[in-house]
Structure formats: structure tokens, C-alpha cells
Design a protein around this ligand. Structure first.
Ligand SMILES: Cc1cc2nc3c(=O)[nH]c(=O)nc-3n(C[C@H](O)[C@H](O)[C@H](O)COP(=O)(O)O)c2cc1C
Length: 227
């Protein structure tokens, strides 16, 4: 190996290492040492018709304190962003050019986790209860689970820059509506929250640069329902 080639290889290795660390930082917020949680397989049939879910959906802002089960959380994540065609990675919600710019986080009393659609799993991000730091609305602080949609605009590519934001906004509407209707079908209540402080949510979840907050959906068992 010549004297000029060896330093060049070292520089390339260093650049690759920095790139790998940066790529990890872009994929999710700050990791903790807790293990990833594989979610129970989602149900693809249910007891409530789509028409009934549409007819009975109402925004619910008061919840019982009962935590959601892993099965419920998994079903809600799947409804929002689950993979339904593994070969091409297509999901429950449509996506412009199938670029899938959305990310989904689940914030509970136990901490924050990031949904990985391909594995139908939750990877831990933060180990503490962040709900009260996500915004000033009581519903967000008191819901057993807050689903946070974010987006990575750069994933849309540079082909249609003037349409990127519109397409992200439309896509998060599709995904959030899936989640809202799935909540109804599970006997749960939910409300879409657009009145959040973007910087506060980004800070709480330690979102990487270039990831934007799109929508919050607090979910729980409606207060006053059940036995
Ligand atoms: C884009 C958007 C943002 C919203 N933001 C909030 C919010 O910040 N807080 C809240 O309590 N409800 C919020 N809502 C829920 C609306 O208040 C609710 O959908 C509306 O009152 C109609 O009631 P329904 O959902 O029961 O049909 C939002 C709804 C949409 C579509």
C-alpha cells in the first residue's frame, strides 16, 4: 500500500463512521438501553363494521387511567402505519409516490417508543413519562397513550419540492383517520390534536434535525364507559 493511499483509506473510514452515526441519529430520537418490543400480530378482522365506526366516532377528551395493552397499542400502530404488503413495504395508509415520510411515536407513562412498521415493533426512545411536556392541553397529559406523528420531508426526494408539504399534510390525515377509526372499533376514545407546540414536542422526543411534528392523537378508554 502506498504512502498516499493509506491516509486516504483512513479518511474514508472516518467519514463512513461519522455517516453511520448520523444515519442512526436521523432514524429515531435518542435511544435508551431498553430492548425493542415486538407487538402482538394485528387483527385484520373485527367486531365493528366500518360504517358503525364512522357513525359513532366522536372526539373523546376524558379518559380512564387504565393503560392501553400491548395488543391495543399494536393494533393502533398497525392501523396508522402498519405494513400490509411486505414485498413492497406498502402500508395501511396511502403515501405519495410510496415514499412513506411519516414516523410514529407512542408516548405513555412508561416513556416514549418509536414504531418500526417493517418489524411491527416498538423501539425505546425515552424512559420517562413525557406526556405533560408535549403541550398545554390536559387531554394530552392525561391520556394513557399519546400517538405522535412526525415526518421527514427529505424522504420525499427533490422531484416535487413545492408539493412536499402538502403531500405530508394529506398523508398524516389519512394515517390519523385510520388510527381514530381503529380506536372506535376497539372501544377506545381518541381526539386529533393540532394545537401543540412543535418545539416542545420535538424537544421532548429529542427529534433529530429535519424531522417535523405533524399531529398528536391521545387515546384511552373513554371516562364513564365500561363496567
Ligand atoms: C386539524 C385538527 C386539529 C384539531 N386540534 C384539536 C386540538 O388541538 N384539541 C382538541 O381538543 N381537539 C382538536 N381537534 C378536534 C376537533 O375539535 C373536533 O374534531 C371537532 O370539534 C368535531 O368534533 P368530532 O371530532 O367529535 O366530530 C382537531 C381537529 C382537527 C381536524
Amino acid at each position: 500500500m502506498t504512502r498516499t493511499v493509506r491516509p486516504m483509506i483512513l479518511v474514508l473510514l472516518a467519514v463512513a463512521a461519522v455517516g453511520a452515526v448520523a444515519a442512526l441519529a436521523v432514524s429515531t430520537s435518542a435511544p435508551t438501553s431498553a430492548p425493542a418490543m415486538t407487538l402482538p400480530p394485528p387483527a385484520t378482522t373485527g367486531h365493528m363494521s366500518l360504517e358503525e365506526a364512522l357513525a359513532t366516532r366522536r372526539s373523546v377528551r376524558h379518559f380512564q387511567s387504565t393503560p392501553l395493552t400491548p395488543k391495543q397499542i399494536g393494533q393502533l400502530c398497525w392501523a396508522a402505519q402498519g405494513v400490509t404488503e411486505p414485498k413492497r413495504g406498502l402500508r395501511t395508509a396511502p403515501s405519495a409516490m410510496a415514499k412513506y415520510p411519516l414516523e410514529l411515536y407512542v408516548v405513555t407513562a412508561e416513556g416514549a417508543r418509536h414504531y418500526v412498521p417493517a418489524a411491527h415493533a416498538l423501539e425505546p426512545c425515552q424512559g420517562s413519562d413525557l406526556r405533560a411536556t408535549l403541550g398545554r392541553q390536559r387531554t394530552v397529559a392525561e391520556a394513557p397513550a399519546v400517538f405522535v406523528f412526525t415526518a421527514v420531508p427529505s424522504r420525499m426526494g427533490g422531484r416535487f419540492p413545492q408539493r412536499t408539504q402538502r403531500w405530508i399534510d394529506l398523508e398524516v390525515g389519512h394515517a390519523a383517520q385510520n388510527l381514530l377509526l381503529q380506536a372506535v372499533a376497539l372501544g377506545l376514545g381518541a381526539v386529533p390534536v393540532g394545537g401543540y407546540e412543535e418545539a416542545a414536542v420535538a424537544q421532548a422526543l429529542q427529534l433529530p434535525e429535519g424531522q417535523q411534528v405533524c399531529y398528536l392523537v391521545p387515546v384511552g378508554t373513554p371516562a364513564g364507559s365500561g363496567p
